[in-house]
Design a protein around this ligand. Sequence first.
Ligand code: NI
Ligand code: MN
Length: 228
Amino acid sequence: MLTIKALGHACYTLNDGQFNLIIDPWLSDNPDAACSPDDLTVDAVLVTHGHHDHLGDAIPLSRRLGCPIIGVAELCNYCQRQGCEVAPMQIGGARDYPFGRIKLTPALHGSAIMGEQMLEYTGLAAGFVVTMGSHTIYHAGDTGLFGDMALIGRERPLDVAILPIGDNYTMGPADALQAVSLLQPRLVIPTHCHAFPLIRQDTDQFVQQCQAQGVPAVYLAPGESHEL
Ligand code: NI
Ligand code: MN
């Protein structure tokens, strides 16, 4: 069994009963956060890109728990300089970890840490295909639609695709429906569509549109879980 839990915005945990992974842990200053990062115990922190609403609490979480940050090498280099253990990868590469297999996918998006007086490039934005036991989950990160999504589900069929639908910074609902056609997952979870007004979408409508395309979908509000 694998439990996918939404913690707010693009943050999800994947828990197979033995290992708990977290993706994009933006919690402490996220108005939608379901918990504090201090309440979490995880085995690895996966970060799709350097923007604050994804990197979020990854560095303090990794430091407190002594667990690795997994992402592209440039982002990992930054995190390592902040005292974190890291597992640098690049897009297209896969690696077997004790908790499962992680493969990095392309994402059409930027990636930098942006402060008032600085901007640090953190490599290319990515998505993750995570295989734990018999389950394969795709978290697209922040991305626009791209045709090569058709290739992502080919190596291993996707049990779940977590897709941004918030528009402006990522795909909107119409493009996300095209992504569903390309990916052909068994279940769609829309994400990146509530934490601030600019990206807010009608998730009920999106879920119905997926179902009209023949693909089940479920929106997980912060704190809600889905079991596979
Ligand atoms: Ni972003
Ligand atoms: Mn984002």
